[in-house]
Structure formats: C-alpha cells, structure tokens
Design a protein around this ligand. Structure first.
Ligand code: ADP
Ligand code: ZN
Ligand code: MG
Length: 471
C-alpha cells in the first residue's frame, strides 16, 4: 500500500520598495545604477555619529499592502537591529523589525499571512574571479518589505501561485516593481514533509530562487528528496537547514544549518524614533484610495462580461490590456459582441504581439469597428484577421481598409451569382462529380469563388447560390 505524505509550505517573501530614496538616508534608490558605490553616503555606510531617518513613503507602502490583504495595521511600531557579520552589511547589523511588525494577519489567495515588516536591503557581493571579491553598496539601505506566510500551503503549484498573486498585488499597488529575475522580489521556500497529518515534519529553507517556476521546481524537488529520506530503510533523518536552489542543475544543495534567532541578539535601534502610526497615517483614507485589486477585478469582469476565465486572467495580469479591453467593451456595449471581441483579443491580437514586438494595441474605436464588421458579415473572419494584422502595425479604420483592399464581403446576390456561373462553366469536371452524387465537391467550387473574389465573398451565400444553380 502506498504510504501517504503531507507537504507543508510557508513562504518568506522580500520585495524592494520602489521609493525615490533609501530607507534611512536621502541616497537615490536606483536598482539600475551600474556605477558601483555611487548611491552611498555616511548614513547608509554606517559611519559613527550618523543618524538614520525613516522613509515615510516606505512605511506608507507597507501599510497599503497590509490594508490590501486585510491585515491588522500596528498602532505602535519600532525598528530593531539584527546583528550579524557579512561583507555586504556595512553596519554589522541590519535594521529590521522583530517584535512589532507593521502588519500582522491578513490573507491573500487563500493563504493566511503571519506578518509584514519593513527592513533595509544589503549590498551585493561581486566575484569577478581571482582570489578576491568586491562589494557594491548601492543597494545597501534600500527599503525592503518582508512578508511571511503561515505554514498553510500544501503543494508546489499553490506556492508558485501565491508568489504570482503577491507580485501582481505589489505591482497593482505600485509599491514595488517586484521583478523576480532582477531580485526586486525574492522568495524563500520553507518546506516540510510528514507522514503524520497533524504533526509537521522538519522544515528546510530554500534560497536563491529566481522565478515562480523555480519556486515550484524547488518545492517538487524537496518533496521528492524528503519523501525518499522518510521512506529509506536506513530511516535517515531530515536535518533542519538552509539549502540553495541550483537553477542549472535543478536541484537543491545544503548550505548551512539554520541559525537560531537568539544568535542575532535583536534589540530596538536606539537611534530611530518609535512610531504611533495612527498619529501619522489615516488608514481609512489609505484604504479608500487603494486601486481596484486583482481579486476585485476578477469578480467584476466575471459579472460584467461573458468571457472565459483565461481571458479574464489575461486582463488581470496585464493592466494596460485590461484598460484597453474595457474601452472596446464600452463601445461595443453588447455581451455577445464583447465575447467575440475577447476571442479576437486573446487569441489573434496577443498572438500577433507575440510574433511581432512592433504590434501595438490599435485604437479601441478601430478595433470595435472591426468586430462590428465581422459580426454584421461585412467582412469574413479571414479578412478580419488580415485587417487586424494590419491595424496593429499601422492603426487605421478597418472600414476604410476593407473598402480600399476590396475585402468587403460580396453579399450582393446578383454579382455573386454571375461569378458562381462563371466558376461552374470553368470547372466541368467538379460539376460532374457533384452531379454524380459527390456532395463535398461543391466546396471546391466555393473555394474557387472565394479565390476569384479575393476572399470577400460570403461563403455561405456562395454555397447556396451554387446549389441553386446546379439544381
Ligand atoms: P524560523 O524561526 O525558522 O524562521 P518561522 O517560524 O519564523 O521559522 O517560520 C518561517 C517560515 O517557515 C514561515 O513562512 C512559516 O510558515 C514556515 N514554517 C514554519 N514551520 C514550518 C514547517 N514545519 N513546514 C513548512 N513551513 C514551515
Ligand atoms: Zn545613503
Ligand atoms: Mg523566521
């Protein structure tokens, strides 16, 4: 009998806040600065006698994230020193929050949030090769928010999805660019596997994860590794440790045994004022001014438009496209038309953008006109796709293009009947096949009419005319 194992996952996510200046000084917060040690000053370099001054915008950003996840915003908060030595940390300690995080509780994508706190980022170590390393402190002191989830995630997929949802939320709120590849958002995976449904297994923490796909792959790898350990005849124990994710090999490897929080000797930073946040920020105002969040947008789209769930997801994850889609929907103002428009957007238009980076969104009015033209049979779907491919490059009126390029469907029975007769006369063999009982032969004649009219004939009408003429 297959033995069952239970996976438990909790995530710790860091996100660099997109502020103008650093967390405790007026140095620029510029992740794109390539000149090393350019954005530094005595404060973020921790020269003796300097005094850190907290960045109000960074604090407000964390409160807004807290409000968006329905967390409790602390009334009292303070900053602590977390002491440790590492070359990328100029002070010998990191300013963070230990006992009084700014946010506690809350929920996102069905995952309970433990806390969100604010801290400062470290510098970056560079290893150019040879027997030395370099340190760049441009990033040291950049505001960094840390969000910790409860251990309530149970699959690799759900862990990845939580990360994606948080990234989207941070981007909607405009508090962080949250690009994983650039390290603006960093996910640490805490994971354990147990044979006992009510008792957690020993947890391992996995770092150096650079994408949501890697979150999933690392979790899958750990589930397999720990399950094997639990099942092995030697009954090897899983050790609590920090592991690293090797993207090339797609494996995790042991880095170090986990340090205990006592080792850090946290204590309140004596140089930084303590805060009574309610005297500085009006949470009700901040909450009222939050933008529409991804979860609310999903619900609104599902209620307002009859479109597929995948279509909704395309809009929710691409706000610029969503904005444009809503403009198109406003013009069309009809559920069925909007449904068809959405099909053209998510399959054809996004497809065009994938193959050609030059392809842009046309004016909503032009796109809506195109949809109206297909629906009213002024053009067939082939022509609609061709015109769409044109207007994403050179935006223009589809009606004008269709007229100029002679793509308007020939619904004129008289004219089409003449063409049908011409095709019949020119194809005696196919006509004979049809008359001999091979009904599908008529499609060859319809095809010939379409070719003759450069695709502008209404194929259904052409077929009917042929049947009548061949009776
Ligand atoms: P530590 O003190 O080792 O940092 P925490 O209790 O602060 O541990 O939790 C850190 C993260 O690990 C949280 O996201 C939490 O949900 C998660 N976590 C805690 N215990 C487990 C476990 N047994 N399995 C998986 N994740 C866990
Ligand atoms: Zn500075
Ligand atoms: Mg912890």
């Amino acid at each position: 009998m297959e033995k069952k194992y239970y996976t438990t996952i909790g995530l710790e996510v860091h996100a660099e806040l997109d502020t103008v200046t650093k967390m405790f000084c007026s140095c620029k917060n510029d992740p794109d600065e390539e000149r090393p040690n350019w954005n530094i000053c005595p404060i973020c370099m921790a020269h003796p006698g300097t005094m850190p001054v907290p960045n109000k915008k960074a604090i407000e950003s964390v409160i807004r994230v807290g409000l968006a996840i329905n967390g409790n915003i602390a009334d009292f908060t303070e900053f602590d020193r977390k002491n440790y030595f590492y070359p990328d940390i100029p002070k010998g300690y990191q300013i963070t929050q230990f006992k009084y995080p700014m946010v506690s509780g809350g929920e996102l994508a069905g995952v309970k949030i433990t806390r969100i706190h604010l801290e400062e980022d470290t510098g970056t170590n560079k290893h150019p090769g040879g027997d030395y390393s370099l340190v760049d402190f441009n990033r040291a002191g950049v505001p960094l928010m840390e969000l910790v989830t409860e251990p309530v995630i149970h699959s690799a997929k759900d862990a990845g999805n939580f990360g994606r949802e948080l990234q989207l939320l941070l981007q909607y709120l405009g508090v962080s660019k949250a690009n994983m590849e650039k390290g603006e958002m960093r996910v640490e995976l805490n994971i354990s596997v147990s044979a006992d449904p009510v008792k957690f297994g020993t947890k391992v923490e996995v770092k150096n994860i650079n994408s949501f796909r890697a979150v999933e792959r690392a979790a899958e790898y750990e589930i397999e590794r720990m399950t094997e350990l639990l099942e092995s005849v030697r009954g090897e124990e899983i050790v609590q440790e920090t592991r690293g994710w090797d993207e090339n090999k797609q494996i995790t490897f042991s880095q170090r045994k986990k340090e205990n929080s006592n080792d850090y000797r946290y204590f309140p930073d004596p140089d930084i004022t303590k805060f009574k946040l309610s005297e500085i920020f009006n949470n009700a105002d901040l909450k009222n001014n939050l933008p529409e969040l991804p979860s609310a947008k999903r619900i609104r789209y599902a209620e307002k438009y009859c479109i597929k769930a995948e279509d909704i997801e395309s809009y929710v994850t691409t706000p610029e496209l969503a904005h444009w889609f809503e403009a198109v929907a406003d013009i069309l103002n009809d559920k069925e038309k909007i449904r068809i428009a959405s099909n053209y957007i998510t399959s054809d238009l996004l497809g065009l953008q994938k193959v050609n980076l030059e392809a842009k969104l046309p004016k909503a009015g032009n796109f809506a006109e195109l949809i109206d033209m297909v629906i009213s049979s002024k053009i067939n779907s082939r022509s609609a796709k061709d015109i769409l491919a044109m207007i994403v490059l050179v935006d223009d009126s589809p009606m004008k293009i269709a007229t100029e390029k002679d793509l308007l469907q020939k619904n004129d029975e008289g004219a089409l009947k003449e063409i049908a007769q011409k095709i019949i006369n020119a194809n005696p063999k196919v006509v004979a096949d049809y008359k001999g009982g091979k009904e599908t032969a008529i499609m060859g004649l319809v095809g010939a009419i379409m070719k003759e009219t450069k695709g502008s004939a209404n194929p259904a009408l052409a077929r009917q005319l042929l049947i009548d003429l061949l009776k």
